[in-house]
Design a protein around this ligand. Structure first.
Ligand code: SF4
Ligand code: FE
Length: 482
């Protein structure tokens, strides 16, 4: 396995084409806008080095027999699925941000089982190729951007009916030695901090859309790839002199990028689906199922930080003994643990795929993510309630440090005796960061749209809930014979 420092050095060797605010970023690794998000991925390496976290952060590879980072692992049983969620909660607690590496892990598990079934039907060799690729990923402990979401253009039209054929990523040429692809993947978590992109189709496809049924792996610095780093609320605070306090979380962050593929060549050994349109839906369902499970871990870990911050804000405000504050903190814990319960439940109820790795219970994973589209919003609302309006009106760190007016900030922003004004400001900024700042991307809007928007889960719930068997139960109880 790589150490944290080896991971950072390995990224430095890549010659990625990254843009931010209209400018090309020559050195993404050390760029102040990007570095906090890289630090979050680095935490997945750092924690794996620690003996106390070995059980949850590492696993034994079924492919090589070697100990590997769990982020590269194929789940072998339900215990692995449970440990995955525990690992994500831990990483969320340690970064208070999106640590990005889960999209690769979820793609590995979905592609592994789907390629097995494609090969069974068509006699192709995608599974063998993918196993070789995954051994390479595991041996080198790589971070992979599992990439699904296309820009999609006009939502009422299928991929092949779009005015611009590139609105969904597609095959433009099939050669004897590989394929050429064009299109883009939108809001790609961790793209700039990854060694490779691992591409999947974005939805179920019909025969007319078969050029869009494509899965492959490609290095992030391959010829023809451009990454445009997304903006986040309050992001340019990172460039300010006093960014430490004013960011709320200056060490860690998450990020998304628009990844463009402009006629990129993919050699055959990195192609895992090529026009098998009837398997696109299966791959999407499995990847999104795994990623909906993931949110029952990562968002809960970040929620732990937010709850802790709200409780500290109450302490510092002298409000901790008020019964309504205690009750609000209990409610926040109740909501957060409800999400965790969903993450654990869909893992414990997992089952074996035809390929041999384990998949979550799809109904419960979709229920998990549906709750994530709601409960973090209520947790954030309660955190803002407890924090008070000062969270969004207080002066900056620069004012606190000012020789002329700093003493006013120091005097009038103080809460209880025994807690410094600075510490009170720090905790309020952390709450601001999680509810309105850079981390709000990961904690709020990503809770809504990441791993699929709410309606996508409702469709899956309607498919999986087996309504007929429930009707039969009711008929039996009511003595109805038809
Ligand atoms: Fe992992 Fe959560 Fe980020 Fe998805 S949103 S990559 S599950 S930390
Ligand atoms: Fe996500």
């Amino acid at each position: 396995m790589m150490t944290k420092d080896q991971y950072i050095e390995s990224l430095r060797k890549l010659k990625m084409n990254v843009w931010y605010m209209g400018e090309k970023i020559e050195n993404p690794v050390d760029h102040p806008m990007i570095r906090p998000s890289l630090n979050s991925v680095a935490m997945t390496y750092e924690l794996a080095e620690k003996p106390e976290y070995q059980e949850v952060m590492t696993a034994i590879s079924n492919l090589t027999g070697k100990r590997i980072n769990r982020f590269c692992h194929l789940h072998q049983n339900t215990e692995d699925l449970v440990n995955k969620v525990k690992m994500q909660r831990l990483c969320g607690q340690k970064t208070s941000a999106c640590f990005q590496r889960c999209v690769g892990m979820d793609a590995f598990n979905a592609i592994y089982s789907t390629t097995f079934e494609i090969d069974q039907k068509y006699g192709t060799e995608y599974h063998k190729r993918f196993v070789e690729y995954l051994k390479y990923v595991q041996d080198n402990d790589l971070t992979i951007d599992g990439a699904m979401t296309d820009p999609k253009g006009d939502r009422s039209l299928s991929p092949s009916k779009q005015a611009d054929p590139d609105m969904y990523l597609h095959i433009v040429e099939i050669r004897p030695d590989g394929i050429v692809v064009r299109g883009a993947k939108a809001h790609q978590t961790g793209a700039v901090n990854s060694h490779e992109h691992l591409i999947m189709p974005t939805q179920a496809m019909k025969e007319e859309d078969k050029a869009y049924a494509v899965s492959f792996a490609v290095p992030t610095d391959a010829e023809g790839i451009t990454m445009i780093y997304g903006r986040q609320s309050c992001d340019t605070r990172k460039l300010e002199k006093y960014h430490d306090m004013d960011l709320g979380n200056s060490t860690f962050g998450g990020h998304e990028a628009l990844v463009i593929f402009d006629n990129v060549f993919i050699p055959n050994d990195r192609v895992f689906m090529c026009q098998e349109y009837d398997f696109a839906g299966m791959l999407v369902e499995r990847f999104s199922g795994y990623h909906r499970q993931s949110y029952g871990g990562c968002k809960v870990g970040v929620g732990d930080v937010l709850i802790g911050a709200a409780a500290l804000a109450a302490d510092y405000n002298g409000a901790a003994k008020a019964s309504h504050i205690k009750d609000k903190l209990i409610e926040m814990n109740h909501l957060n643990e409800t999400l965790y319960a969903c993450g654990i439940a869909c893992s414990a109820e997992g089952c074996k795929t035809a390929a041999g790795n384990y998949q979550i219970d799809l109904l419960l994973a979709n229920v998990c993510k549906q709750n994530v589209t709601r409960l973090p919003y209520e947790i954030a609302r309660l955190a803002e309630d407890i924090a008070g309006g000062l969270m969004v009106t207080m002066p900056s760190e620069a004012d606190l440090r000012s020789k002329e007016i700093g003493h006013y900030v120091e005097k009038y922003l103080r809460g209880v005796a025994g807690v410094s004004t600075e510490n009170r400001m720090r905790i309020l900024r952390l709450i601001e960061n999680l509810t309105l700042g850079t981390a709000a991307v990961g904690y709020r809007t990503e809770s809504m749209h990441g791993a699929g928007s709410p309606q996508a889960q409702r469709i899956m719930i309607s498919r999986q809930c087996d309504m007929e068997s429930k009707k039969a139960l009711a008929k039996t109880i009511a003595h109805i014979e038809e």
